[in-house]
Design a protein around this ligand. Structure first.
Ligand code: ZN
Length: 274
């Protein structure tokens, strides 16, 4: 199999290419052949270079703020030169609010400056080999976990004042907690009470008192997701999913990964599964 060939291009007048050079080197380290256009290339020059170098993918870098006009022009130039099938990705200093616009204009994916080069390299390889399997968005908020001193004492507020319905109360030995699930639409609140002093919830209550403890996202591919997150350098609380309430598999991301919020991934067996 021939190595993946990538054209890294700086569009427009932006005169800084340190970031582009770092990316080029990182992709070379991953075994790719990287051609760098140099600074100040016009969209047409970039398209012609992509064709001449027979690359598999074009990576555009922009720091100048001109990405909104330049990136779509590169797509256009490729199409007009009969090379509209070469995928184009972009990166650099790009405000998140511009991402939907650029993707609509045909840029396959925008990598913001915080993205790891490993993630970028993986994405390119999968894109080129046609095996690209997009990590789906989590399905919904499974539940919001609330740490309480006592489930029994907390329930009247949720049941009688808010009028929520108690779905079930169960112990989760792996997490050393007792939990009560209250249904609210298709989501839930999960009240968490520590089973003993070694429980993470006990430590949470000692440190912060009662309050929101975690947000749980329902996913369909927890094992794959944990592997991929770890690959991207995301800190996980445990290396592998563990057993959660209701036959679910759960895994926690470290709060440092998510702006101080503890995020739980949870996967419930689908109906029909055994
Ligand atoms: Zn939970």
């Amino acid at each position: 199999m021939r190595p993946v060939r990538v054209l890294i291009a700086k569009a427009g007048l932006d005169g800084h290419d340190r970031g582009a050079l770092v990316i080029a080197q990182a992709l070379r380290d991953q075994g790719m052949e990287v051609i760098y256009t140099g600074l100040r290339q016009s969209p047409l020059q970039i398209a012609l270079a992509a064709i001449q170098e027979d690359v598999d993918v074009v990576g555009l870098s922009s720091l100048s703020g001109a990405h909104r006009s330049l990136f779509p022009k590169v797509i256009e130039a490729l199409r007009e030169s009969g090379a509209g099938d070469i995928p184009v990705i972009g990166g650099g200093v790009i405000p998140p609010e511009d991402i939907p616009f650029l993707e609509e204009k045909g840029i396959r994916k925008i990598f913001t400056s915080g993205a790891s080069t490993q993630l970028l390299a993986d994405y390119i390889k999968e894109l080129v080999r046609g095996t690209q399997k997009k990590m789906e968005s989590p399905e919904k908020i499974s539940h919001i976990g609330i740490a309480v001193n006592s489930i029994e004492q907390s329930l009247p507020f949720y049941l009688d004042v808010l009028g929520l319905k108690l779905e079930k109360v169960e112990e989760v030995p792996d997490e050393k907690v007792k939990v009560a699930f209250l249904t609210i639409g298709e989501s839930r609140l999960e009240l968490l009470e520590a089973l003993d002093e070694t429980s993470p919830v006990h430590r949470f209550l000692e440190k912060k008192g009662e309050g929101i403890h975690h947000i749980a996202l329902e996913v369909a591919d927890i094992n794959e997701r944990v592997v991929q997150y770890k690959r991207q350098g995301i800190r996980m609380i445990s290396d592998k999913p563990v057993s959660g309430a209701g036959n679910s598999q759960i895994a926690f991301l470290h709060p440092k990964a998510a702006n101080g919020v503890l995020i739980e991934l949870s996967e419930h067996p689908k109906e029909g599964d055994q």
